[in-house]
Ligand binder design. Structure first.
Ligand code: RTP
Ligand code: MG
Length: 148
């Protein structure tokens, strides 16, 4: 089953949005297989956002993501990578549809509440970066038969 890396960014944690965001993924039918509140070290932030290292906003992005604790999660389910991106909405909350996480809770691109992997390759890479200890939980939920 597909897995993706989802992270409530420091603004989302400070604004008490962790519970709502977890609920959205639970209510959709996805399964939480790991989660932790953590302070992102600068080296991890730079590695995670490595694709943006030449962009003008890179320094600001790394400063922001290391500015307070994040809530890092791995969610599992059919097509979860692409569907999570739809649930998050467009990168810039000014363009995100209302009803999406960024559309409902964000205003500016720099503080857009949530991160989610954008491809199977990114998901595998990011899960490895944020959960180097592994240990994702493989379990059955009674609800599974009503989702699939
Ligand atoms: P993310 O990686 O955080 O899930 O966001 P994304 O895929 O939707 O967007 P991406 O292009 O990967 O950009 C990463 C993050 O950089 C910040 N950003 N700032 N100031 C700017 O013009 C700008 N552009 C992007 C955003 O916070 C975005 O989430
Ligand atoms: Mg991205």
């Amino acid at each position: 089953m597909e897995q993706t890396f989802i992270m409530v960014k420091p603004d989302g944690v400070q604004r008490n949005l962790v519970g709502d965001i977890v609920s959205r993924f639970e209510n959709k039918g996805y399964k939480l297989v790991s989660a932790k509140l953590m302070q992102v070290p600068t080296e991890l932030a730079e590695e995670h956002y490595g694709e943006h290292k030449d962009k003008p906003f890179f320094g600001e992005l790394v400063n922001f993501i290391t500015s307070g604790p994040v809530f890092a999660m791995v969610w599992e389910g059919e097509n979860v990578i692409a569907t999570a991106r739809k649930m998050m909405g467009a990168t810039n909350p000014a363009e995100s549809d209302i009803g999406t996480i960024r559309g409902d809770y964000g205003i500016t691109v720099g503080k857009n509440v949530i991160h989610g992997s954008d491809s199977p390759e990114s998901a595998e890479r990011e899960i490895g970066l944020f959960f180097p200890e592994g240990g994702l939980i493989n379990y059955t939920k009674n609800i599974d038969q009503w989702v699939y």
